[in-house]
Design a protein around this ligand. Structure first.
Ligand SMILES: [Fe+2]
Length: 251
């Protein structure tokens, strides 16, 4: 027994669908309540759905009783402030786990590579059910921001950089792909709605109805940004290989 995985994600691990036109939507992400919960990079989070409906963003498995990243409970205070974002998260009509807005401060390409990580979306997820993936809906217009994705964290040739202009909608298997956002050339934070969805027919229909693509052209990384990232990665690798200092016995 294993999980149900959507065939459309087999190719690259991600799919980008039609942009959502939010020009008439209110900027609800500026009004909701953010909590102090750290992820990779300089971030803040605002929960729309959490494990048990509290104003917090911890992994569902860190609660009592622990649960997998499904059956999120709406955080009433933020849902009341952000009905449009809530409606957008509910649009595919599938089981939702965590749902929250991330605020990310500007960073460098080297920061993004440093922040690359995979999510643990399917911890405690019962086999035979749908594989949990994440949706990323970009809320601010960040024309230079990209989602950096790698199949292999240490192999830059496996990298795709997905541009994130306003309204971008992407579904990503973030347990398969290493990922982090590079948000350069601005002093403004980037906001994005991130929702955990269970894979299934309704999500596939939602994707199919929106002209999905599983390959995109990656914008170039400027040579100086690339060089700085390579320098930091080499430094990290050298540290990892350095012999550990001998521990003196207390006896
Ligand atoms: Fe992540």
């Amino acid at each position: 027994m294993s999980y149900y995985k959507m065939p459309i994600l087999e190719d690259s691990g991600f799919v980008v669908v039609d942009n959502y036109d939010q020009s008439n939507d209110p900027t609800e992400w500026l009004d909701i309540e953010y909590v102090n919960w750290k992820s990779s990079g300089d971030t803040r989070f605002s929960p729309l759905a959490s494990a048990y409906g509290d104003m917090e963003c911890d992994g569902f498995w860190n609660h009592t009783p622990p649960k997998t990243d499904k059956d999120g409970v709406w955080v009433q205070k933020n849902v009341d402030i952000a009905p449009v974002l809530t409606r957008r998260a509910q649009e595919p009509n599938v089981n939702i786990g965590r749902c929250r807005v991330i605020e990310l401060q500007p960073n460098t390409y080297a920061d993004a590579i440093h922040n690359l990580h995979r999510d643990d979306n399917n911890r405690l997820n019962p086999e035979g059910t749908g594989w949990i993936v994440r949706a990323f809906f970009n809320l601010t217009d960040d024309p230079d921001a990209v989602m950096v994705l790698r199949e292999d964290r240490d192999d830059p040739s496996t990298e795709t950089r997905v541009p994130l202009p306003v309204g971008t909608q992407a579904i990503i298997d973030t347990q398969r792909l290493w990922h982090a956002v590079w948000h350069p050339n601005t002093s403004r934070p980037r906001y994005c709605l991130i929702t955990s969805y269970e894979s299934g027919p309704n999500l596939e229909s939602w994707i199919e109805a929106r002209n999905p693509i599983t390959r995109v052209d990656s914008p170039d990384v400027p040579a100086d940004e690339l060089a700085e990232s390579q320098r930091r990665e080499a430094e990290k690798a050298a540290k990892a290989e350095a012999p550990k200092p001998e521990v003196m016995s207390e006896a």
